[in-house]
Design a protein around this ligand. Structure first.
Ligand code: PEP
Ligand code: MG
Length: 884
């Protein structure tokens, strides 16, 4: 043997060698070494695959010799000979990357069969079995190695079934199968221009090459991109002696999980097919039997298998997904791996395993992926339901909802108020549609990304949303949308699933979310470990209460503009904006004051005992006025139809104001504290409402901690000026009410200049809160909606950016600025409280970063609070394991 070792016998490896041997191979090695009945085999390393690519898709020197040598070892172990008709050795060839990766090459079974060995096999076992194995090899090899379309093989088989008037393959006669084999061979020759390779060694090397090539097939490349698997890992190849589950009634094959992967209940869960080969179970050709049937049919085998399951679970200290085959009354284990599971099962299994003494609490916390918990926190489609899926968009806000299709926010609101369930369908949504979103069960848009307006608002409200569903074409005039030929009219019922992005026709049955006792327990363990506080972004008392029930320790952001959008407020807000004199403006503000006071009273009360950050008005004022173009059209229409002069004049006034307020780039325009500086009376009214609510609650004996937050500050003087205003109002309210209360004044950090001058700004701030939505926009110079709609997907494809920075915090750039800000801020004011309230505050990787930065808390939408609690705990555990 020359040079590098590329091939390992199962006996030579162990579970810790996943990088070199792939997950499947490493586990086969491990099982062999703990004495389980694994058919012998060997693994070609991932390194060989990497070398294969380095050599221009050629086998590296030495590999072929090593493979031949190992085949010799397998021959010795089994007493069979590769290619010998007298006693043929057959093997399976399977891919196996270091991380489980669907999309790679499928399994090839029965490799080593040809016309002569098939005859030999027929003599050794029986004819039917040999023919069955051979036609499977021709099909699998033809499909995955030689690239002959799978359906063409199926068609041949289907024709024979029809000809004989039977339903299943096994009902065909030996003669029929013989014909099928001949037709398969002819198909391969016809399609590839070459006969099926009769030389088993040639088959083997072609199969190995096909596995290596499949590392770079389109499905695998896409899978890696989505799941952030590095492209240079390479795949291993597993070559294993065949055992046969299709030799007769004392044979079979199956797959089982050591616990129920849907519920987590501790019982064997799986399926079994008597007299069948591996892919029959998966292919759904015959309906497999529940694993319990094995208990009745082969009690001894069942006992052995249950034993193996228990051993493997104890050995790996995790729920396992195990493949097995029974050949003539003997059990073989073909694969084990950590079983994929639903969020519900993940939580239950982790907590149960701690109770069983199998793993520690810390391990349990690391076992549950916080991102998966979303599934448990929203209404979901009943997993047993049959669905009529018509389109698929981006899974923008989890949960499922059914309702009548409506295309207009006003109509959604009108129907919603009447108690009808509606789904608002728009190309995209704008702040003008908020009332429609509030009233709808869910939102479907044909454009926009995961942080488009619809997505952000829906997530904030905990409403399901599917966005960017490009397959649907909306015609607002006809009030219809189309998916190819299908027409969906206003009033038709659809269901959307914001966790998968699916859109379905009709009403799908839903199930309510539940926080299981195990889930609560896991979150309690998380709270013991985590260092970061977890708050929620909430704009209503109901949201605040929900957040609190899910474990929030305060509110990190109340966006007051949402209160201004409410239908009973908007006309007054417009009056305020349209005011010709300060007196008129003051009069409108006086009307808003009691409404805002009630808002803040409700929210502060719901969060009693915890801090509540209330942000003063942020968006530019034109967002509260009607759309200019629509107004102009309306004025023309009124003129043409003889509308009243008074109405026309009023609309013209509004249009004038709309035009006066129009901005070239509203994101960088007259918004945030810039509004407070121009219109201090608006901020004064909001501060007054906050403090009056506070005074009333204090008088009622409640402990409340309002934190007044000034948005979009870029210079300390802005903050100083507005802080003075807030302080002045606080003093006035204290004097007027005779009540003493505590409060804080702080700022959001949303523009680079604020971060760079954090030491100066800290002098005027009691707290900082990173508004990473805007900070990401301003650091990149990307406008969020434009970037997501136009070019960010290209950035992802071309790997310019690893992630959408509006979803996963850009640690390199935005993160660096945050770090500078934290250092400067705390240097000027030790102990300065700093949090984050952008979308990233609920995203696990970003939360981990916030932990490392030493922030005090993260704040996210109420439904993400449990996700954040777990992510914060995991961040603390990971930091402990590898301190920087
Ligand atoms: C932010 O910019 O991160 C933020 C929370 O504010 P908004 O999303 O309301 O602009
Ligand atoms: Mg912002």
């Amino acid at each position: 043997m020359s040079g590098k070792k590329y091939v390992y016998l199962f006996e030579e490896g162990h579970a810790g060698m996943k990088d070199l041997l792939g997950g499947k191979g490493a586990n086969l090695a491990e099982m062999t070494n703990i004495g389980l009945p694994v058919p012998p085999g060997f693994i070609i390393t991932t390194e060989a695959c990497r070398e294969f690519y380095r050599c221009g898709q050629q086998f590296p020197p030495g590999l072929e010799d090593q493979v031949r040598e190992m085949m010799g070892v397998l021959e010795k172990k089994t007493g069979k000979v590769f290619g010998d008709p007298a006693n043929p050795l057959l093997v399976s060839v399977r891919s196996g990357a270091p991380v489980s990766m669907p999309g790679m090459m499928d399994t090839i079974l029965n490799l080593g069969l040809n016309d002569r060995t098939a005859e030999g096999l027929a003599r050794l076992a029986h004819r039917r079995f040999a023919l069955d194995c051979y036609r499977r090899l021709l099909h699998m090899f033809g499909d995955v190695v030689l690239g002959v379309e799978h359906a063409k093989f199926e068609l041949i088989l289907e024709r024979w079934r029809q000809k004989r008037g039977v339903r299943y393959d096994y009902e065909l006669s030996d003669e029929d199968l013989d014909q099928v084999v001949e037709e398969y061979k002819a198909l391969i020759e016809g399609e590839t221009g070459r006969p099926f390779p009769q030389d088993p060694t040639e088959q083997l090397f072609l199969a190995i090459r096909a596995v290596f090539n499949s590392w770079n097939n389109e499905r695998a490349v896409v899978y890696r991109r989505i799941h952030r698997v590095p492209d240079d890992l390479g795949t291993a190849v597993n070559v294993q002696v065949m055992v046969f589950g299709n030799l007769g009634s004392d044979c079979g094959t199956g797959v089982a999980f050591t616990r129920d992967p849907a519920t987590g209940v501790r019982e064997l869960y799986g399926e079994y097919l008597p007299n069948a080969q591996g892919e029959d179970v998966v292919a759904g050709i015959r309906t497999p039997l529940p694993i319990e049937t094995l208990k009745e049919e082969m009690p001894e085998i069942y006992r052995q298998f249950a034993d193996v399951c228990e051993r493997l679970e104890k050995h790996y200290r995790n729920m396992q997904d195990i493949e097995f085959t029974v050949e003539r009354g003997k059990l073989y284990i073909l694969q084990t791996r950590a079983g994929k599971r639903t969020a519900q099962a993940a939580v239950k299994i982790a907590v149960d395993m701690v109770r069983e003494g199998l793993i520690t609490k810390e391990e349990a916390l690391l076992r549950v992926d916080p991102a998966q918990l979303d599934q448990l926190l929203h209404r979901r489609i009943d997993p047993r339901a049959k669905l009529n899926v018509i389109a698929r968009g981006l899974p923008a806000s989890p949960g499922a909802a059914s309702g009548k299709v409506v295309f207009d926010a006003d109509e959604a609101e009108a129907l919603g108020n009447k108690g009808e369930k509606v789904i608002l369908v728009r190309t995209e949504t704008t702040p003008d549609d908020i009332h429609g979103i509030v009233a709808a069960q869910g939102v479907l848009t044909s454009r926009g990304g995961m942080t488009s307006h619809a997505a952000v608002v829906a997530r904030g409200m905990g409403k399901p949303c599917v966005c960017g569903c490009e397959a649907i074409r909306i015609d607002y005039d006809r009030e219809e949308f189309y998916v190819q030929d299908l027409v969906v009219k206003k009033g038709d019922v659809i269901t959307i699933d914001g966790a998968t992005g699916q859109v379905m026709l009709g009403e799908a049955p839903l199930v309510e979310p539940e926080l299981s006792p195990e889930f609560e327990e896991l979150l309690r363990w998380a709270d013991e470990v985590r260092v970061l506080g977890v708050r929620a972004n909430a704009d209503t008392p109901e949201d605040a209460a929900r957040a609190r029930a899910l474990g929030a320790e305060g509110i990190g952001l109340t966006r007051t503009e949402h209160m201004f959008m409410a239908p009973d407020r908007l006309p007054i807000v417009q009056e305020m904006i349209m005011a010709a004199t300060p007196q008129e403006r003051q009069a409108a503000l006086e009307k808003l004051l009691p409404m805002q006071r009630e808002d803040f009273y409700g929210i502060l009360k719901a969060m009693e005992g915890y801090p509540v950050t209330i942000r003063l008005l942020d968006p530019p004022l034109h967002e509260f006025l009607p759309n200019g173009e629509e107004l102009a059209v309306e004025i023309t229409r009124l003129r043409l139809t003889g509308g009243s002069e008074e109405e026309i004049r009023a609309k013209e006034e509004t249009l004038k104001k709309v035009r006066a307020l129009a901005e070239f780039n509203p994101m960088l325009g007259h918004r945030g504290c810039r509004l407070g500086i121009t219109y201090p009376e608006i901020y004064a009214m909001q501060a007054r409402a906050i403090f009056q609510a506070t005074a009333r609650l204090v008088r009622e004996g409640a402990k409340v901690f309002p934190e007044v937050e000034i948005p979009l500050v870029s210079d300390v003087k802005e903050l100083a000026l507005l802080r003075q205003l807030v302080n002045r109002v606080a003093e006035e309210v204290k004097r007027e009410t005779g009540v003493e209360f505590e409060y804080a004044v702080g700022t959001m950090i949303e523009v680079p200049r604020a971060a760079l001058l954090a030491d100066e700004i800290a002098r005027e701030a009691d707290f900082f809160s990173f508004g990473t939505n805007d900070l990401t926009q301003t650091v990149f110079g990307f406008s969020r909606d434009d970037a997501e709609a136009k070019f960010l997907h290209e950035y992802a494809e071309k790997k310019i950016l690893p992630e959408n920075p509006f979803i996963v915090l850009d640690q390199a750039g935005v993160g660096k600025l945050m770090q500078i800000c934290v250092e400067l801020g705390r240097r000027a004011k030790p102990g300065l409280v700093i949090g984050i309230c952008g979308e990233h505050g609920g995203e696990p990787a970003s939360i981990e970063f916030c932990h490392r930065l030493g922030l005090n808390y993260v704040s996210c939408s109420p439904y993400r609070v449990p996700v954040a609690r777990l992510a914060a705990a995991r961040a603390a555990l990971k930091a402990k394991a590898s301190p920087q």
